[in-house]
Design a binder for this molecule. Structure first.
Ligand SMILES: *[C@@H]1O[C@H](CO)[C@@H](O)[C@H](O)[C@H]1NC(C)=O
Ligand SMILES: *[C@@H]1O[C@H](CO)[C@@H](O)[C@H](O)[C@H]1NC(C)=O
Ligand SMILES: *[C@@H]1O[C@H](CO)[C@@H](O)[C@H](O)[C@H]1NC(C)=O
Length: 550
């Protein structure tokens, strides 16, 4: 049974509408059969059935009805709401007449995703809105957020306001921020139809533009780039609202004497991917992105070095172990944006072969993700073989363990985000014809575990029994002027503000999870946690819409 799909239908054009619930008689993940039975209480000469579903339906087909002992193909869907949850059916000309005492039995087959993915997309975008730093625009939709960190500036007074706070804290780390932007931009590029259908396209452009404007501000000269604002130690010692921070917020930059090819190439990737996203939306903005991308990638190539060697403040948080994966990733995006073969050559020459798992805290994903894009661009077998080897490792029977519920469990700290990222890669690989069905099904199973299949939701403010205590400072503070301090971190009880759309860290290897704010391993949220997740959700929705998911 599809527990998720509650639905009420009514026949109208009667003196009183008849309301009945839908009975789901068969459920094949994603496709179901539903029956409606209306007992007719008066003479009817034409009818209309309105159906409200609790989740979007992509297609209703094979409607049939039993009407006075014979079965026939019946009515048509004449309209549906933009979000595909409300449908109106009308009778065909030959079956409009119903008599008192008849039962109108309607049987339908329909395709629907198991969870309301439109709602997930909408809420995930809201999470990024809650992470905004700087002067908020009048369009801000988060009532408990205000202007913050308006004094963020570079060593020469450059304006560095804006961007996203990294996680439950208030440091602005460009390395993960840029990676999140690239992952989100990639999802929008491939699955724009999903955002359009969900009514989220404009919000999604805004979502990306916010950090992009900031990343451009940070790039103060061709070979000078601020990569972090805020000191991890001082920031983490403060539990309170970003609007009320008073600690110093130092800014750290890379330059020719202090290089950082990884963060420069990563940011170039974000700009190049976003150039592709924005070029049909706002040519002026897109050209600015491309110019910054080219200068930063040039800097990354000409001055090799790891940024966490140059900026020690970053090394405890988002250390980089190697520059090859970002040079490869950035190179591919530069090639996709410019078609200049030089960039593809840089990408391929920095490719690290094999199914190897990067040990970097954040960059776990890049050694895999590049394989998909390189295969897409070159169609060379080596990339496909490496991709398959990676997934053999991740699928049941490989070296990656699974929780009892079926979540591929790479590591405890933020277990959900590893699987969400791999789900995105699986979907992207499936688009290249690599084990299409198996990879898509696996990806959907992983995402569904986060949305409710594990018996609860792991997305704040979404679905059944969602987390209420994300390890997140601003949403844990009551409305100003009530005080906020580490007491608000330690106390039990839901955060006063719902941090809609945030994917929390996730369960342990035994599938156990406790909704407890002080446990940041299971309950922190982060820009990079939601990025692969959101793009994977858009991908699954798009595959349903395109009729590609069985
Ligand atoms: C169905 O949805 C419409 C529009 O939201 C609403 O007006 C109507 O009352 C709903 N009907 C039922 C039976 O819930
Ligand atoms: C604290 O933050 C609130 C907004 O959340 C703001 O209205 C208030 O002015 C701030 N107070 C101080 C002292 O910064
Ligand atoms: C396009 O981008 C430019 C440069 O960022 C900006 O000034 C302008 O307002 C944007 N136009 C639209 C229609 O968004």
């Amino acid at each position: 049974m599809l527990a998720f799909l509650s639905c009420l239908a009514s026949v109208c054009c009667l003196s009183t509408a008849i309301l009945v619930p839908i009975t789901i008689t068969s459920d094949w993940t994603g496709r179901f059969q539903g029956d409606l039975n209306f007992l007719i209480t008066e003479e009817v000469v034409g009818w209309e059935v309105k159906i409200n579903f609790s989740a979007p339906i992509t297609l209703i087909d094979r409607l049939s009805m039993t009407h006075r002992l014979f079965q026939e193909w019946m009515g048509d869907v004449i309209s549906h709401s933009p979000d595909n949850t409300h449908f109106t059916l009308v009778n065909k000309q030959h079956n409009g007449i119903l008599h008192k005492g008849d039962t109108l039995h309607i049987q339908m087959f329909a395709d629907g995703t198991k969870y309301d993915l439109n709602e997930v997309l909408e809420k995930s975008i809201l999470f990024y809105e809650a992470q905004r730093s700087g002067k908020l625009p009048s369009t801000n939709r988060i009532p408990w957020r205000g202007d913050s960190a308006l004094g963020d500036k570079g060593n020469n007074g450059e304006d560095l306001t804006g961007g996203w706070y990294d996680a439950g804290d208030h440091v602005k780390f460009n390395f993960p921020m840029a990676f999140s932007v690239t992952s989100l931009a990639w999802g929008l590029l491939e699955f724009k139809d999903a955002y359009v259908d969900a009514g989220q396209l404009d919000y999604m452009y805004d979502c990306l533009q916010w950090p992009l404007e900031y990343l451009m501000k940070c790039h103060v000269a061709p070979h000078e780039y601020y990569v972090q604002v805020g000191d991890g130690g001082q920031d983490h010692a403060y539990w309170g609202r970003p609007e009320n921070m008073t600690m110093p917020r130092p800014a750290y930059k890379i330059d020719e004497q202090h290089p950082g090819s990884d963060v420069a190439a990563e940011t170039a990737a974000a700009f190049a991917a976003s150039y592709l996203v924005f070029k049909t939306r706002n040519g002026t903005f897109a050209e600015k992105l491309l110019e910054h991308a080219m200068q930063l990638f040039d800097f990354a190539e000409a001055f090799p070095g790891k940024y966490s060697d140059s900026v020690s403040a970053a090394s405890a948080y988002y250390r980089s172990d190697a520059i090859e994966d970002e040079m490869c990733w950035g190179g591919i995006w530069m090639f996709l944006a410019t078609k200049d073969p030089h960039y593809l050559q840089v990408a391929e020459s920095n490719y690290i072969s094999g199914a190897a798992w990067g040990q970097e805290f954040l960059n776990h994903m890049k050694p895999f993700i590049v394989k998909v894009l390189l295969y897409k661009v070159t169609k060379k077998d080596i990339y496909k073989t490496d991709l398959e080897a990676t997934f053999t490792d991740w699928m049941p029977g490989g070296t990656i363990p699974y929780t009892p519920n079926g979540l591929a469990f790479r590591s405890q700290w933020g277990s959900n985000r590893y699987s969400a990222n791999m789900a995105l890669i699986a979907i992207m690989a499936s688009l290249q014809g690599v084990h299409t069905q198996a990879y898509q099904k696996w990806a959907e199973s992983q995402i569904n575990l986060m949305l409710g299949d594990a018996g609860r939701s792991f997305v704040v403010g979404f679905g059944t029994n969602p987390p209420t205590q994300p390890h997140h400072r601003s949403s844990s503070c009551p409305m100003y002027p009530a005080p906020c301090s580490s007491f608000n971190m330690q106390r039990d009880g839901p955060n006063p503000h719902v941090l809609y759309g945030a994917l929390v860290g996730g369960p342990n290897q035994n599938g156990q999870y406790t909704d407890k704010r002080s446990d940041y391993v299971s309950n922190e949220v982060a820009c990079d946690y939601n990025a692969g997740f959101q793009s994977a959700v858009a991908g699954i929705k798009a595959l349903y819409m395109r009729g590609d998911l069985p």
